[in-house]
Design a binder for this molecule. Structure first.
Ligand code: AQP
Length: 335
């Protein structure tokens, strides 16, 4: 396990279905790159998953699938700590303490709750409302210094920083750090392939809206071919993408997959129609994404091995979180 070279990373992903290109470009690709330079803690956040109803058998399967998918994508359990959240009780313990630090007014501002609860707010679980305090606990139970996330989690990260500062002030201690968000310059918010105004999401009912990391090469190519676009050719400059959300999304995906800037992508494809751009994008996506599902399926042949790896990761995580929680309990007055 790497020492804390440039700091300690924490990030998580929910086992709420297939991981998709948004998770990959917005978060996981960065997680992989950080493994050599940071001490990395990556978590399958199953406590977060149950903030909306889950079928227990499906959840059990999803935890293993997401863990396998992360490993198949390049998260190396020899370099990083990989585990599922519910095996480390310090997350829930610290979340409760943070529920008693965070204020209703702060949580009322969280846009993700508003989006996820929708019109049926009265019927949303208390857990969905308190999701951001659990996320703050996930990060601060390890005193993580950096948190690589997609753009949709930026507001929750700001709340985490507020909770850390409020805790320090309440208990008159410079105890928790202010964790820094790490948000990618490109593809920080990958949009649905069918609607450039809504986020690509695991829980979207239509599978055509996303590229799953488990999709076959054919599925990936077909989904890109059918992705919504407009009749114009691609512009040569960035400002030509304004008001063209679907085109902007596909250019962002190309940039994210190739590691190039969007401006650079446009300098190559400006003036070309989607008949040229889409096949090039499909080739790039197939090359990077299709091998993940083959490797994942191999890993899923051995559930016991995945469980053992998650158990080992949980022990490593507990070894870091336990002394931090012991200090928290002293500060609060429990011990
Ligand atoms: N569309 C996206 N573009 C860029 N980044 C994204 N992330 C999620 N969607 C996109 C980032 O992926 C990481 C893990 O996210 P998550 O699965 O824990 O939760 P989420 O943000 O709620 O993702 P989904 O797919 O929309 O899940 P459901 O449908 O279950 O709510 C995070 O860093 C997130 O920013």
């Amino acid at each position: 396990m790497g020492e804390a070279k440039n700091g300690r990373i924490f990030s998580g992903v929910q086992p709420t279905g297939n991981l998709h290109l948004g998770n990959y470009l917005g978060a996981i690709k960065n997680w992989i790159a950080l493994q050599d330079d940071f001490e990395c803690i990556y978590c399958v956040v199953d406590l977060h998953a149950i903030t909306v109803p889950q079928d227990p058998a499906v959840l059990r399967r999803s935890i293993r699938e997401v863990a396998a998918c992360l490993m198949a994508s390049g998260i190396n359990p020899e370099k990083s700590i990989l585990f599922n959240q519910s095996r480390v009780p310090q997350h829930a313990e610290l979340a409760w303490i943070f529920n008693c630090v965070a204020r209703l007014g702060w949580l009322n501002r969280m846009t993700q709750f508003k989006e996820k609860a929708g019109k049926n707010r009265e019927n949303a679980t208390v857990g969905l409302y308190a999701y951001p305090t659990l996320m703050a606990a996930d990060i601060l139970a390890y005193k993580a210094t950096h948190v690589p996330v997609g753009e949709d989690q930026k507001q929750h990260l700001e709340l985490t920083r507020d909770i850390a500062a409020a805790f320090n002030s309440m208990f008159d201690a410079e105890f928790f750090p202010q964790p820094e968000p790490q948000i990618q310059a490109t593809a920080a918010r990958v949009m649905s392939l069918r609607d450039g105004s809504s986020k690509m999401s695991k829980s979207d009912v239509s599978d055509a809206t996303r590229i799953n990391l488990t999709d076959s090469a054919d599925d990936i190519a077909q989904k890109i071919k059918r992705a919504k676009t407009d009749p114009e050719v691609l512009p040569s400059e960035m400002d030509g993408l304004e008001g063209r959300p679907e085109a902007a999304n596909l250019v962002g995906i190309f940039a994210g997959l190739s590691g190039r800037s969007q401006a650079d992508v446009l300098s190559e494809f400006g003036g070309q129609g989607f008949g040229v751009f889409k096949p090039a994008l499909a080739e790039l996506a197939v090359m990077q994404i299709a091998p993940i599902s083959a490797e994942m399926n191999k890993l899923l042949e051995d559930d016991a091995q995945i469980d053992a790896l998650l158990e080992k990761g949980a022990e490593q995580a507990k070894a870091i979180a336990d002394p931090i929680l012991a200090e928290v309990k002293k500060l609060v007055g429990f011990a």
